[in-house]
Write a protein that binds this ligand. Structure first.
Ligand SMILES: Cc1cc2nc3c(=O)[nH]c(=O)nc-3n(C[C@H](O)[C@H](O)[C@H](O)COP(=O)(O)OP(=O)(O)OC[C@H]3O[C@@H](n4cnc5c(N)ncnc54)[C@H](O)[C@@H]3O)c2cc1C
Length: 478
């Protein structure tokens, strides 16, 4: 049956667009959340909506699960294979179909990388707002499925605010168009339903996205604080004062040390700071001048020990390169990094951040915090060695405690990385039985045979799939 399946897939997309040998499939056994792995039967790389439709219809007829995949940078196991399933990867669907500068819209295939779209929009004075730190490679299809954010989500919002229309292949291969090229479409907000649905409702084959005007001027401040509390309180003060930074990122001492230890990523961050803020202020030259003065005053009042400005575009880029490379730099600490993604109300930042320090000490682990402070979106990065089962167990348990603390503080188990497999067992912290049943009912309405990305996002569908943890993912914090 499997060889017959591979032959049938090859007949649709051509043999060069099917990966089915064991050695090559190991590349696909997980996404960037390496703790959940699976064995796909095949990976298919279609070039068009028609090919996606025929592949998905074939899998539907053969009762083979389908996992949509972009660049595989997801951090919650959403693109991890389901055993025996077919991965539909969008790597060959990376054409920007149109950019309409007057309407500030772009139509793209799902495999276009986030930063590629922004680079293409730039000559028109436009940018695609959401900018995940993985933007150089992660795809717009993946961004939509995860409702991705990024440093500039503070001003621009998450991906859902930027998607107007979707072309989607449903579980039976049928192609539907949701939304359109204008706001205010009548009927249910089906685009809103599909954005953030983590590949459970359909394979996106084209997106109509909103582009935003580039600010006339942007200035970047790097501010050093002597304590986590002082830095976090400055974050609240900046927002409370009515400033609207386009990005407001934070890096703790461990993160700074790790970045600065890397010849490739070192950005000249202050090694003696307990917390550093990276603040982007944009607008007209006059607006930015005023905002820089006000932000500096506020930070000094909270005890900032140093305020530095990226004086020109190249030093600004260097400051940002350090931040955007933080996850990569952390790979040097241990073999593996568990990147958490809990969100809390901004006012709870000092308390929850202090809790991560306590958790690190109790579990004997290194946890470095680098996060979207303006959004209250924490990214504690737990370094561990995946070859050491005890350390892995501790990393997972520590992560669960921290995410539980985020929920207890009125926040969420995820701000932008999605639930995937990683946070399945945490969903009941946030939703009651009835709400989870509604989610499953919606899934079954669109995909009655649960063939699209089963076992992700909705806990009750877990038994329908065999994506398995290399280590048991923990459920409850101790
Ligand atoms: C170093 C690093 C930094 C990161 N920084 C950020 C950040 O700042 N902000 C942020 O939000 N995320 C961040 N991420 C997480 C990740 O990059 C995002 O979730 C991104 O949106 C995933 O895109 P992808 O193309 O890699 O998708 P994948 O990982 O391939 O897939 C992610 C999910 O989307 C689904 N999917 C993919 N393509 C489609 C499609 N065409 N149709 C339907 N479903 C689809 C998959 O099934 C899966 O559930 C980071 C990751 C890394 C490794």
């Amino acid at each position: 049956m499997s060889d017959r399946l591979v032959a049938a897939l090859s007949a649709i997309v051509g043999p060069d667009a099917v990966v089915a040998d064991r050695a090559s499939l190991t590349t696909y056994e997980s996404d960037a959340f390496g703790l959940v792995r699976g064995d796909a039967r095949a990976v298919v790389l279609p070039r068009s909506t028609d090919e996606v439709s025929r592949v998905v219809a074939l899998c539907h007829r053969e009762h083979v699960p389908v996992v949509p995949r972009g660049a595989g940078t997801g951090l919650s196991g959403g693109a991890a294979p389901v055993d025996g399933g077919v991965i539909v990867e969008t790597a060959r669907m990376k054409r920007i179909l149109s950019i309409d500068a007057a309407a500030r819209l772009a139509v793209v295939q799902p495999g276009v990388a986030n930063a590629v779209l922004s680079a293409a929009a730039r000559p028109h004075g436009l940018v695609f707002g959401p900018d995940p730190s993985s933007g150089a490679v992660c795809t717009l299809g993946g961004n939509a499925a995860e409702n991705a954010g990024g440093p500039h989500a503070l001003k621009h919002g998450l991906t859902t605010q930027h998607v107007l229309g979707l072309e989607v292949v449903l579980a039976n291969g049928e192609v539907v168009n949701l939304g359109g090229a204008v706001d205010g479409m009548p009927g249910y907000d089906l685009v809103g339903l599909f954005v953030g649905s983590e590949g459970l409702l359909g394979v996106t084959t084209a997106l109509t996205v909103r582009l935003s005007p580039l600010a006339p001027e942007t200035r970047t401040l790097l501010v050093a604080f002597p304590s986590l509390v002082a830095g976090c309180e400055a974050v609240g003060d900046l927002i409370e004062a009515g400033l609207e930074p386009s990005a407001l990122e934070a890096l703790d001492r461990g993160t700074i040390a790790t970045i600065e230890a890397s010849a490739e990523y070192a950005a000249g961050y202050p090694l003696d700071a307990e917390l550093a803020l990276l603040v982007d202020l944009d607008g007209t030259a006059v607006e930015v001048e005023r905002a820089v003065a006000e932000a500096s005053r506020i930070c000094r009042a909270r005890g900032a020990t140093e305020i530095r400005e990226g004086a020109d575009e190249s030093s600004r880029r260097k400051l940002w390169k350090g931040r955007k490379s933080a996850f990569g730099a952390m790979g040097r600490l241990r073999g593996d990094v568990y990147v958490l993604d809990g969100t809390v109300p901004r006012s709870a930042l000092p308390r929850v951040l202090a809790f991560t320090v306590d958790v690190a000490a109790r579990y004997g682990l290194t946890i470095c915090n680098v996060f979207h402070a303006g959004d209250g979106n924490l990214h504690p990065n737990i370094s561990f060695d995946g070859r050491d089962p005890d350390m892995t167990r501790r990393a997972l348990a520590a992560g669960a405690e921290i995410l539980r603390a985020c929920v207890d503080a009125g926040g969420s188990i995820t701000g932008e990385h999605g639930v995937g497999v990683e946070k399945l067992s945490f969903m009941h912290w946030m939703f009651g039985e009835r709400e989870l049943a509604e989610m499953e009912a919606l899934k079954r309405l669109v995909d009655p045979s649960l063939s699209l990305n089963p076992g992700k996002l909705i806990p009750s569908t877990k038994g329908c799939a065999e994506a398995k943890g290399k280590h048991d993912l923990v459920g409850e914090p101790r």
